[in-house]
Design a protein around this ligand. Structure first.
Ligand code: BG6
Length: 494
């Protein structure tokens, strides 16, 4: 999509440029795009942050962020002279004036024609003041020639009301066509693979509905803890960190209707329709958890409350599981179970479509202890692939049926996937908004989880920590499915 759009000359400004996101993801993505010839000669990257760095310090910071073996000396020599650093505090008008002056000089040197992308990589609590200040200073403005775009990281606001206020401000300063609300899961090849799987095949779409699907599961399982992000995580917790955005976005792609055409508005309209059909999660359909000390992959791991930057009596959830529904013709009555958590036994994001039992079971007398209904598993991490499980007769005299997998791995296609940030930064450079969340989507996403978050805030948990690092979460999350005669599925079932 929008492959045809070219990248205009541009200055790419990173606000909060000395952080981990800039070093690990943004700068490497820009370097690779440039090395790949996707970014024109007329470009510059400007880091802005409070640290008193020089251009050279910033350049070596960027260089250190490249994964070992990813540096091509010649490509680096062509990239590094386009990197600049401006020290300053984004809340101070005088510092923004200095930034404006520096940008004017850099624009002239690299003939970028005044086009600017601002990447807001500072903490979410700073967005409001920062965007107002950038608008007031005239650094960010509406208009096509030259154009300004802003890329905003998730979480976008802290609830529906704050997201709406942020959206109103954005509308005032750049307008909807100038904002790119990034959710890096939409930049993963997985999402596009899923769209092709659903809409470029004949056999799955006719059974992709309430008649054939018993329920859907999305598991966003991580083995890492909060690491050095304890302070940030204390502000957000698992629902704001990954469920309100990544998990709900994956859900929209699974549940959406096929758009009539594949353009940015048609695609996002269908996703928004799904979100509009989801009633808020009911607290009795949700489970929360927090990890205690344990063992992950054979290594001892701290409990959440012992992590750096975390309150020793914190009630922030690091795990959540919930059941929700999509109240439309296709999905009414089909439960969608979501779970996400840190410090679990493995890293995996899996989508499971669990089909109904056949309408008539002919083989009642047979041994079916190892047989399940059909299950389709879409694996989106590491060994990305698709597995369809179906029943087969075990050869021999015993009358036995067993479930067997039909497996496909994307690795078998032999081409390496590109990181999500590369796809998305290139889209933003080209002015393609398809894989960025639209205003109504983020507001609707908050509406799904807001009442639950409020209820949880009003009733702090008494049993935290309630799962051990290295386990698969609290047992109450299993009971959420067991009550309905179901169980979590996937590479490892629990
Ligand atoms: C980020 C969350 O958005 O996504 C992190 O803030 C999480 O907490 C990460 O670990 C997961 O992304 P990925 O690409 O590693 O699956």
């Amino acid at each position: 999509m929008r492959q045809d759009r070219t990248v205009d000359p541009v200055t790419f400004i990173i606000i909060g440029a000395t952080g981990d996101l800039a070093q690990r993801l943004l700068l490497p993505a820009l370097y690779h795009l440039r090395a790949d010839g996707q970014i024109p000669d007329r470009f510059a990257v400007v880091g802005f942050s409070r640290r008193g760095w020089s251009d050279d310090t910033f350049r070596s910071f960027a260089r250190q962020g490249l994964p070992a073996g990813a540096l091509d000396a010649e490509a680096w020599e062509r990239f590094a002279p386009h990197l600049y650093f401006v020290p300053g505090d984004s809340t101070k008008a005088a510092d923004l004036t200095v930034l404006g002056q520096a940008l004017a000089a850099i624009e002239t040197r690299h003939a970028t024609g005044g086009n600017c992308i601002f990447y807001i990589a500072s903490p979410p609590s700073t967005y409001h003041a920062l965007l107002s200040a950038l608008g007031r200073q005239g650094l960010v403005r509406r208009g096509d020639r030259p154009w300004t775009r802003i890329i905003v990281e998730k979480p976008f606001g802290g609830d529906e009301a704050s997201a709406r206020a942020l959206n109103a401000l954005i509308d005032e300063v750049v307008g909807e066509s100038g904002v790119y609300r990034i959710d890096h899961y939409l930049g993963k090849e997985t999402v596009q693979n899923m769209l092709v799987f659903r809409f470029a095949n004949t056999v799955f779409e006719p059974i992709w509905n309430r008649r054939y699907v018993d329920h859907v599961q999305i598991s966003f399982v991580e083995d890492i803890g909060v690491g050095s992000r304890g302070r940030f995580y204390e502000e957000v917790g698992v629902v704001r960190d990954v469920i309100q955005n990544h998990v709900l976005q994956l859900l929209t792609v699974i549940a959406m209707e096929p758009p009539a055409v594949f353009d940015e508005e048609a695609f996002r309209n269908e996703k928004a329709k799904v979100l509009r059909a989801i009633p808020p999660v009911r607290p009795e359909h949700a489970v929360r958890g927090q990890y205690g000390a344990g063992v992950v992959h054979g290594q001892r791991a701290l409990g959440y409350r012992e992590e750096e930057g975390v309150d020793p009596s914190s009630v922030t959830p690091t795990y959540a599981a919930m059941r929700l529904s999509v109240e439309n013709w296709r999905w009414a009555g089909v439960p969608f179970y979501l779970r996400a958590g840190k410090r679990l036994a493995r890293k995996d994001t899996e989508i499971v479509i669990d089909f109904r039992q056949p309408p008539l079971m002919l083989f009642r007398e047979w041994d079916m202890t190892e047989m399940d209904p059909n299950v389709l598993i879409l694996r989106t991490t590491e060994d990305e692939g698709i597995s369809l499980q179906f029943a087969a007769r075990v050869p021999g005299h015993r009358r036995q049926i067993r479930t067997v997998p039909l497996d496909f791995s994307y690795a078998a296609m032999g081409t390496a996937e590109r990181p999500a940030y590369e796809h998305l930064l290139l889209d933003a450079l080209r002015g393609a908004q398809t894989f960025f969340a639209r205003r109504d989507e983020v507001e609707l996403q908050w509406a799904v989880v807001d009442p639950l978050l409020r209820q949880w805030a009003e009733h702090p948990p008494r049993d935290f920590p309630n799962y051990a690092a290295g386990s698969m979460g609290p047992t109450a999350a299993d009971e959420l499915l067991e009550r309905a005669g179901r169980r979590w599925r996937g590479a490892v079932d629990r």
